[in-house]
Design a protein around this ligand. Structure first.
Ligand SMILES: Cc1cc2nc3c(=O)[nH]c(=O)nc-3n(C[C@H](O)[C@H](O)[C@H](O)COP(=O)(O)OP(=O)(O)OC[C@H]3O[C@@H](n4cnc5c(N)ncnc54)[C@H](O)[C@@H]3O)c2cc1C
Length: 392
């Protein structure tokens, strides 16, 4: 029998689950999530949980990030599931004079955009965060940065959506999207067809596969990052610790090519947090290796020695796990909203290294769009049509 839904969401990562929850919360009748693996088994469980404001470039993305942080404050209550959100504040650590200029510029931009961020001396920072190395000459401190458990958030959204009546088809792959006369009519799956006039592509790094099913060339690329997890220890790192390189490389990846530092050339940077359970989780790097999720010994060694140079007590801890995840990179930020010429085909993918932070607001604005069919100022900067405008 052919199934029917009002909306089919393809992908059960953090984006698909947040959008499905938002749709059901706002009263949409039949919502079905089709996920080819299990909930959150791709990038949404192979990442850090930073919910940072000071790493976002000022502009539309920062505006959404601020609203996402607000939504995170009450998310555990709303979902009736502990997503482990904690607003401990974040520090961007400066360990070389040439990076001071980068962070001063970033702080000026962030302050102008209304983010509460200040520069502290190395000694002031060490009084707040004693684990920092003497090498650190300054930090930028943002009290509104926070962290969350990515997998708890994804599962929390899925459970709340399920309780509200969203149907989840797991271990079920979408193999085709059907379109008649420019209108989406449904999807083909490994368990048969589902008829629906709205189909959401929330497939992260795999969004281009779904795009090809409707003749679209979606410019999202997998950008790998290696991560290290230590044994659990008593609370000893209060803030999210980010190296200034992270900011520099995120905004200008070409710096890696020109640097004389071998670890910088590998794209290695530091983002470190202590999880709710006491593990220290740190990484990472940015590399293009297609869809290969294997870790690299060379890169993991470079990450560990760079991390221990900034946070020396790490060298005394045991590593219990390493893994790599694929960030869904898209130039200019995620692709959100409708696609010209394919009515009912909706994009919600390409959040690169910010998808955990941006999930609550994405769930809100995408469900609003699907219900109202109105492109608001929130999603206008992220439309797929920006790529055809660039070409023209
Ligand atoms: C190393 C690393 C560190 C990161 N750190 C942070 C951080 O600190 N803060 C932050 O905000 N973000 C961070 N991110 C980014 C964040 O993890 C991602 O942006 C986010 O998880 C993307 O979620 P998603 O739902 O779009 O994709 P995914 O979680 O990948 O979900 C997409 C889903 O679609 C499914 N799918 C694909 N094809 C099909 C098909 N044909 N049929 C059915 N289902 C399909 C997949 O199985 C998958 O479950 C990090 C990422 C990495 C890799």
């Amino acid at each position: 029998m052919v199934q029917k839904a009002d909306v089919v969401v393809i992908g059960g990562g953090i984006m698909g689950c947040a959008i499905a929850y938002g749709l059901k919360k706002k009263g949409v009748g039949r919502v079905t999530v089709v996920e080819r693996r299990g909930i959150g088994e791709e990038t949404s469980s192979a990442c850090d949980g930073g919910v940072n404001l000071q790493t976002k470039a000022p502009g539309p993305a920062l505006k959404l990030a601020k609203r996402s942080v607000e939504l995170y404050q009450t998310l555990s209550q709303e979902l009736d599931y502990d997503v482990h959100f904690e607003k401990y504040g974040g520090m961007v650590m400066v360990d070389s004079p040439e990076l001071m200029g980068v962070v001063e510029h970033s702080v000026a931009e962030q302050t102008a955009a209304g983010v509460d961020v200040t520069i502290l001396s190395g000694d002031e920072a060490r009084r707040m965060e004693p684990c920092l190395s003497k090498r650190i000459t300054a930090v930028t401190y943002c009290p509104d940065d926070g962290r969350v458990s990515p997998i708890h958030t994804t599962i929390g959204y899925a459970k709340a959506a399920g309780r509200a009546g969203v149907e989840f088809l797991l271990n079920t792959a979408v193999t085709g999207v059907t379109v008649e006369g420019g209108q989406v009519t449904g999807v083909e799956t490994t368990r048969g067809p589902i008829r629906a006039e709205v189909v959401v592509n929330a497939c992260g790094v795999y969004a281009p596969e779904i795009g090809r099913m409707v003749g679209l060339d979606i410019p999202i690329l997998p950008r790998k990052g290696n991560i290290v997890v230590t044994e659990q220890v008593a609370p000893c790192v209060e803030h999210n610790l980010i190296c200034a390189r992270y900011i520099a490389l995120k905004h200008d990846p070409d710096l890696a090519k020109t640097s004389s530092d071998p670890s910088m050339r590998l794209g290695v940077n530091l983002f470190l947090e202590q999880t709710h359970d006491g593990n220290i989780i740190f990484g990472s790097n940015r590399e293009w290796s297609g869809y290969d999720k294997s870790t690299s010994y060379e890169i993991l060694c470079a990450i560990c020695s760079y991390a221990a140079s900034l946070v020396p007590f790490l060298s005394e801890l045991n590593i219990i796990r390493t893994f790599a995840g694929l960030r869904p990179y898209c130039e200019g930020g995620p692709i959100l909203g409708p696609v010209d010429g394919i009515h009912g085909f909706v994009m919600a993918a390409g959040h690169e290294g910010d998808g955990i932070a941006m999930a609550p607001i994405t769930g809100e604005i995408m469900s609003d769009y699907i219900i109202s069919q109105t492109v608001t100022e929130d999603i206008r900067p992220f439309l797929f049509s920006r790529f055809s405008q660039q070409k023209g």
